[in-house]
Design a protein around this ligand. Structure first.
Ligand SMILES: [Zn+2]
Length: 130
């Protein structure tokens, strides 16, 4: 459970961050977003993913959300086993505030590293490089 809640969040953001919702594919503002900078947790502002690790996914079921191959720093996120849909997935949470961000998939073909952080746009903020 999140330790703190930012009061400026929309209802959709709260549903995703705190009730583990998922935004509709291709609906988020950061899906086709290619500016250089740092993606942050929209709830607490913690740095999560650098734009340099963002890639465009064409993998069925994973395309349509912002995709990252690695976290900005090793302790940026917390990973948790998730069997909520009857299949095993790995949930990605903000390490700092505990908010739900998305899921981690490994061994996928859409990035050379095989690592795919599938993150909801609604959970992210963005700080452009100066
Ligand atoms: Zn956070």
């Amino acid at each position: 459970m999140a330790k703190q809640m930012n009061k400026n969040l929309t209802k959709e953001q709260k549903d995703i961050l705190f009730k583990k919702g998922t935004e509709a594919p291709f609906s988020g503002q950061y899906v086709n977003h290619n500016k250089a900078g740092m993606y942050t947790c929209v709830n607490c502002g913690a740095k999560l993913f650098s734009s340099s690790s963002k890639f465009e996914s064409k993998e069925p079921g994973l395309a349509g959300w912002p995709s990252f191959a690695e976290v900005a720093k090793s302790d940026a996120v917390e990973l948790k086993d998730d069997s909520s849909l009857g299949v095993h997935r790995v949930e990605v949470l903000c390490k700092n505030c505990g908010a739900h961000l998305g899921h981690l998939f490994e061994g996928v073909k859409d990035h050379p590293s095989g690592v795919h952080y599938c993150i909801n746009s609604a959970c992210l903020g963005f700080k452009p490089d100066k």
